[in-house]
Every structure is written in C-alpha cells, then in structure tokens.
Design a protein around this ligand. Sequence first.
Ligand code: SAH
Length: 231
Amino acid sequence: MKIAIMGAMSEEVAPILEALGNYNTVEYAGNKYYEATYKGVDVVVAYSKIGKVFSTLTATTMIEHFGCDRLLFSGVAGAINPELKVGDLIIATKLAQHDLDITAFGHPHGYVPEGAVFVDADRSLIETGKKVATSLGKSVKEGVIATGDQFVADEERKNWIAATFNADALEMEGASVAVVCNALGVPFFILRAISDAADMDASFSFDAFLETSAIESAQFVMQMVDEIVGQ
Ligand code: SAH
C-alpha cells in the first residue's frame, strides 16, 4: 500500500507534513513530492498548485511515477449548500467539471464524448470517512463537488453551478483528480473544508479562513490515514 495525500496549495499540505514529521523531498516534473513512512505505510505528499491542469499532473505523477495505489485529497472549497458554513467538512460523493462546455453540439454541461458528467468517488473510502467522522463526533456532509478553473465569487455563477450540477460545494481541483484516479483505477477520496460561500465576499473570507479550514481538513485526512493503516 502506498497512499498519496495531495492538496492544491502549500497551506493545505503544511499540516500534513507537520503531522508526518520526517520526510524526504523529491523534485519531479516541476514540483516537490514528499515521501514518508507513517505507521509502517508509505505515503507521498504534494501540493499541485491551483487548478485542473496542475492537479491532473500531480495526481498522475503520484500514481504513475511514485506508485501510489490510493489517493486522499485535502483542501478548502466554496460552499453552495447553505447548510455548509466556514470550517464545515464535505466529502465528495461525485464530482463534475462545471466549466467544461461543448453544449453548442447539444451535449450537457460537463460532458465530452466518451467521458461522463460525474465521476463517483470510492464508496469504501467514503464509508471510512463516515466512520472517522462518527469516532470524532463530527458531522460531515456528503455531497456533489463542482470543479472549474475559476475562483467563484459571484452569486449568479454559483447559483448556475448549483442548478446545473446539483452541487453542494465548488473548488478548482477535485474533478480533475477524480478523472485521473478513475481512469487509472485508483480509489480516491476528496475532502474539503469550507473557506467561503463563493459570493461577493469570497476572496476576503478565503483569505481569513484558508489556514484554519485547511487545518480542519488535514486533521481529518490524517485520521483517515490512521483508519486505513489500521484496517
Ligand atoms: N488566494 C490564492 C488563490 C486561491 S484560489 C492566491 O492568490 O494564490 C482558491 C483555491 O481554493 C483553489 O485551490 C480552490 O480549489 C479552492 N477554493 C476555495 N474557495 C473557492 C471558490 N469560491 N471558488 C473556487 N475555488 C475555491
């Protein structure tokens, strides 16, 4: 077993590296990858940089180059579902690309031929996540995450994404990581802590809560690793 733990920004993986303590830094394909052994299990940690392209590169590298056989993503997101407040956690059940658009040819938003609008996350890792949530006494929401190469700070765009994909939260990397893992047959788990509400105050909220929300998410993901290692 070799577990990939990824985020998009340094703030998202810093608490994970801190929890691991000792790690070996490897530079590859324009990025840094941190290799460690945690409770006898190999892990590789990295932040991809923001967006679908960089996250695709990092997820692929972690699987194809470093040989990871499951992937956990930890990060922050904008809330769509009004039940989700800053600091709350959401586990992705399925993910879609909200900015993928060949609707001019009669296709639905998020769809390209031979692809699918939604990619399902791994059911058994979601169950592990629920078990961890229960043991921590935390209420963690499960829901749809919409991904696009856009920081959404606009009610109109947010409402459109909500209506089109029935999404509960939005961010910039989840669906691309999902496509990679799905294609390569690697079970994946995408966790996000809310940093903002994707509205006109989103950038201020993001700056204020990035660090605390990133820690919320990272701590949960480390509990997931504990659970997986113990299984
Ligand atoms: N402040 C950063 C940019 C952050 S972009 C800088 O200047 O470098 C937002 C990041 O957090 C992305 O990685 C995305 O996945 C997530 N995110 C949080 N809130 C979001 C929102 N409202 N819209 C899109 N992505 C969001």
